[in-house]
Unconditional design. Structure first.
Length: 422
């Protein structure tokens, strides 16, 4: 394992690269067409009250896109569902479900840089993770490595053997990487601190006008003035400010005015950060990703979970070599259905340091109206990456299971500052 030298990656827990090769550098997303992702859908029932649509969009932030669709249709946000969130600076194809929305209405829907095609009906609303996976076609431009073809081929080979399955930068906010910090404050019932961070925190890419407005709110807490000064496209900040202007001092209500699914993503981002921290600690210890440790948990291809012990560790190693199981970590929530192993102990230690408990997740679940039960996640990601080199550009094509991040693959090739990946 090779340590990252980029402060933002270190802060987000993405502290190691698996590849022994030098990075090729370059830049991702010079144009949205450099990051193309297409969802592999589940099989739909073709009966039921939910209209399934194939949604192709360009340069749309996910939550804004969902909000725009429901606004145009004049329906509640509770009537739209999706299986996976997609990147903004990209061309993405995914599937959404719309409750009790006639096809004829959708045929007349016209939104810039979106194509919405009704393709089926379904008995249920789509929920996160209800997809088979995603296909990616990514272009890295202006790469700096001299032996580009040779290096990219070598890195692709190492990725096929397995790399750390980190949650990628976009999980924490590509341009505003604070979602896990928002979750931290919500879990600690620090609602004012959460609002102050989201509205009053400045970010380098923003205009001087926006940064000045944020600083003014941070200093004065004047919601009405900030609502006037912040531009309309900062819609989530404005939602909070509008609530605060109407109900001064009620920071909990300001947070609950946000779209519920976005609010829940803050808490789950903290869970993701804990996982990244624990995975990096394991990488630091030097244990290969494909070798289980005593106390760790294995997930078999049939979904069965087993614990590695002194008695079964040799058998566990054989099962892993044959691809029958994988090491997984349990991301903490309001329950812990497994005996803590090394990964879980690292996450629990960080929670103790943050003064966050399982009860904190139970309280957050009540506040956000979303369950935070925790979940298993594989610690390694392995995929076959097809590479093509033209001039000083590299094209990558690969498929990932649900919940895995293409930027986690791309960073192994680039090893560049994360700002060059957004």
């Amino acid at each position: 394992m090779k340590p990252s030298t980029h402060p933002l990656e270190i802060d987000l827990g993405m502290r190691y690269y698996a590849t022994s090769q030098p990075g090729v550098g370059g830049r991702l997303r010079t144009t949205p067409e450099d990051f193309v992702v297409e969802e592999l859908p589940i099989t739909f029932t073709n009966t039921g009250p939910y209209t399934i649509c194939k949604l192709t969009k360009r340069s749309w932030e996910h939550q804004h896109a969902m909000h725009e669709i429901t606004d145009r249709l004049r329906i509640s946000q509770k009537r739209i569902g999706w299986a996976g969130t997609k990147d903004k600076n990209a061309v993405t194809t995914q599937y959404i479900s719309l409750y009790n929305v006639p096809v004829e209405i959708l045929e007349n829907l016209n939104i810039k840089d979106m194509i919405i095609e009704p393709v089926a009906t379904h008995q249920f609303s789509l929920g996160l993770g209800q997809l088979l996976g995603n296909t990616f076609k990514i272009t890295l431009r202006d790469c700096e490595e001299e032996n580009l073809a040779e290096t990219t081929a070598a890195i692709a080979g190492e990725i096929a053997a397995g790399i750390p399955n980190y949650y990628g930068l976009q999980r924490f906010g590509a341009l505003k990487p604070v979602t896990h910090k928002m979750g931290y404050h919500i879990l600690r019932n620090e609602f004012k601190e959460a609002v102050d961070l989201y509205v009053g925190g400045c970010f380098p890419h923003e205009s001087e006008q926006v940064q000045n407005a944020r600083r003014a709110f941070a200093e004065t807490g004047d919601a009405k003035t900030a609502l006037y000064e912040l531009p309309y496209w900062l819609s989530y900040e404005r939602i909070m400010l509008d609530s605060l202007a109407k109900n001064p001092g009620d920071y909990g209500a300001a947070l609950q005015a946000m779209p519920p699914k976005l609010l829940s993503m803050f808490v789950s981002a903290y869970q993701s950060w804990l996982f990244n921290i624990a995975l990096s600690r394991r990488c630091e210890d030097g244990t290969p990703l494909n070798e289980p440790q005593i106390g760790e948990h294995l997930e078999f291809t049939n979904g069965r979970i087993d614990t590695v012990t002194e008695k079964n560790i040799a058998t566990a190693r054989q099962h892993m070599k044959r691809g029958r199981c994988f090491v997984v970590g349990w991301m903490p929530g309001k329950t812990l259905p497994v005996a803590p192993g090394p990964l879980e102990e690292t996450m629990t230690a960080q929670m103790d340091k943050d003064t966050i408990s399982m009860q904190s997740f139970a309280d957050a679940a009540e506040f956000v109206k979303t369950n935070f039960d925790g979940a298993h996640r594989r610690i390694s990601l392995a995929t076959e990456v097809k590479t093509a080199v033209f001039e000083n550009n590299v094209e990558l094509s690969f498929v990932l299971p649900p919940g895995h991040y293409a930027t986690t693959v791309a960073r192994e090739f680039m090893q560049a500052a994360p700002e060059k990946m957004v």
